[in-house]
Ligand binder design. Sequence first.
Ligand SMILES: *[C@@H]1O[C@H](CO)[C@@H](O)[C@H](O)[C@H]1NC(C)=O
Ligand SMILES: *[C@@H]1O[C@H](CO)[C@@H](O)[C@H](O)[C@H]1NC(C)=O
Length: 322
Amino acid sequence: MGKPQHGGNGRGRSPFLTSYALTLAFITFVSVLYFKDFSSTLHQPFLHRPPRHHRRQISRPRNHLLVGVSDFWIEKAGKEQATAEPAEVQLPFAVGAAPAGCDVGQGEWVYDEAARPWYQEEECPYIQPQLTCQAHGRPDKAYQHWRWQPRGCSLPRQNSFEDKNKDIIEMETEEAYGMVLGAVLKWVESNMDPKNSRVFFVTMSPTHTRSKDWGEDTDGNCYNQTTPIKDLSYWGPGTSKGLMRVIGEVFSTSKMPVGVVNITQLSEYRKDAHTQIYKKQWNPLTPEQIANPKSYADCTHWCLPGLQDTWNELLYSKLFFP
Ligand SMILES: *[C@@H]1O[C@H](CO)[C@@H](O)[C@H](O)[C@H]1NC(C)=O
Ligand SMILES: *[C@@H]1O[C@H](CO)[C@@H](O)[C@H](O)[C@H]1NC(C)=O
């Protein structure tokens, strides 16, 4: 509960990248939960589908994670090999075989300005700030241009995703978010029993990165804030009402009841509750940072004890007094 979800509405971010990342997240999530959905989602003709009786048996124990599915396949294939002709074993996610004798871990770095990097640091809004070296003043760029070349073979091109660019559909953030949530819900519906389980969804945790948002005329953020916002209608620009609407719409169709723990509005008021500068600093602060504390204030996470305790109270109340 202490880890905020990302509540950005994509403002200032490329809608393509947002949708792309959401789509990727969607594919990854669904595939980890349930491989069968993954193969049909991608419509990859080269992806081997198991024979019908395998499929039926795999679907029966519904709450299988990917690991379980793989184990089952190997075990099953082993039995068949002992009895009949060798079974065609296709590992989940596999789209081809590795070249014989190729160890991709053995090789060398090749300087390749044309092929690397794949993207520019500033193009990807999802890199954690402890990794954005250019933004943090690294003077050289050569480190971005090295390509790993295994000895005697090549790394597969990222063709399941990269070369399928033509199949990547641009969509609105709300639509992509709805797809992700719909997939989660589908999994929940087929794996959870409403007779003995309950499902809750906690809404987005907001941030307070610009004091102008709550009407201050300074150029600040959550740093030095000591009191909550009093304006009951306050809703920060970083939190999308559109996504809120999607959440409501998706869960209203659910066969499995999903309790929505709506922490967003109450957390919006708490500009005072963020960690600010009062946290373990993983890297020593620079003299510039020390001179300007708001520049490194954390306005995303929250101090504890604090706001998250209230999130838990909401959860308990929903759990015990629905
Ligand atoms: C933060 O508060 C301290 C103490 O009240 C004050 O000295 C300082 O100027 C404030 N800093 C900012 C950026 O508002
Ligand atoms: C959460 O509460 C806010 C404020 O009352 C509302 O605008 C929003 O739609 C709610 N979200 C959900 C998913 O119910």
